[in-house]
Design a protein around this ligand. Sequence first.
Ligand code: ZN
Ligand code: ZN
Length: 505
Amino acid sequence: MTQAPTEQLEELKELVRKIKSYVEAIGLLHWDLRTGAPRKGVDIRSQTIGMLTTECFKLQVSPQMGELLEYFADPGIVEGLSDTDRRLIEECRTEYERNRSVPADKIKEYSILAAQSESYWEEAKANNDFAGFEPYLTKIVAFKQEFIEYWGVKDTRYDTLLDMYEPELTVAKLDDVFGRLKKRLVPLLERIQASPHQPKHDFLHKDYDVKQQEAFGLFLLKEMGYDFEAGRLDESVHPFATGLNPGDVRITTHYIPNDVLSAIFSSLHEGGHALYEQNISQDLAGTLLAEGTSMGIHESQSRLWENMIGRSKPFWQCYYNDLQKHFPEQLKDVTMEQFYLAVNRVENSLIRIEADELTYNLHIIIRYEIEKMLFNEGLEVSKLPEVWNEKYQAYLGLTPPSNSQGVLQDVHWSGGDFGYFASYSLGNMYAAQILATLRKEMPEFDQYIARGELLPIKEWLTDKIYVYGKSRTPSELIEAITGEELNPDYLADYLEQKYTEIYKL
Ligand code: ZN
Ligand code: ZN
């Protein structure tokens, strides 16, 4: 008989709590940098982040961790453990194996650079200055190329990066899924463009008071069940959500005076991310499992709330009156039906975060192809604006008039998040697939929304997804909920059905 491994398990959990404390502190420093930290403090702050990240990293690959993982490598010992404990051990092992060959100084140097680079990106974007940003981005890409060697090259170099955000996702699988999606979305887009029924939308661009926008956004967040005692709403250049712990999940938004939709949908989007993090089981708090299981599943939750619920007709049947009360002048001659159509207008555009549900996926496919070129085909950073503009012309028929509206528009690359963009389209696909099951299991889905009863939906998602945090993998989750693996046809079906009605195709 082996002894119950209580002592070792406690030791591992204590070590993990220490790691999580660093992660939380670093998360808070990042949040602060992006929500109004003084400009002159950026360099020193970046170094602080770099120092803490290095300490955290050292714990993850420490000899103590190594010994504990070796102890738990014995199948006889893990046999008696709970599923959650076993998952925790696996999670520690994945991080340990991935990172132990990366030298700690490299991590430090890189995390300082990435934190700085994010702030310089903001400046470069504001000043349309790709040349000023290029040296930072070049260094970031070089670091990532080096890290790929340490982490281990999978089927291709870019596969290594994809796997970090979506475990087991490969270039081969994405090429297939994106290929199938493109085959159905491109013809749909052509039919939409040829339709004589183009929604009016000029009223969306009147002057919409920012204070009223904020009030309406706060109202919607409360309606969907975002817990303000476990979070807060701030402003930042790029809206984001950050889960520091399940009791502190913060979101940001961005108000544009002549665009009433931007803040509404970014609040619903980030609110969706936040509901996920706020409703992870308390049992997982303080462990590495107390977070979303993958970026793709995370994105499915933001998309489900933003698009499948927030852009649905029942949603505006319920909430359009409230919106009109916030903007009586601007919307006095606009009917609910007109507003609903405008909210779902499809248009080829330059900016990803402003894109509609359909063309959004093309924005992602462009980034996916460019990242593949960067990491698998040796594309140089200096060539990025040129390649970017060519692809926008090819896929969306538009050439950006400036790099600010082109290659500089997204924050991701500045922070080294290559491989991340695919998550957004994965999120759309997962969301549509989950929605199909949700509708089956909740026949009153539309009626609930139309009555403004969003909490039953939040509860369903909590039971099926949120509580599990990272204790189920993306494929386990999606198969347990829907009975099949990722299938892009659900998204194509959903979009075809929706736009056939809207554009009378
Ligand atoms: Zn418009
Ligand atoms: Zn998101």
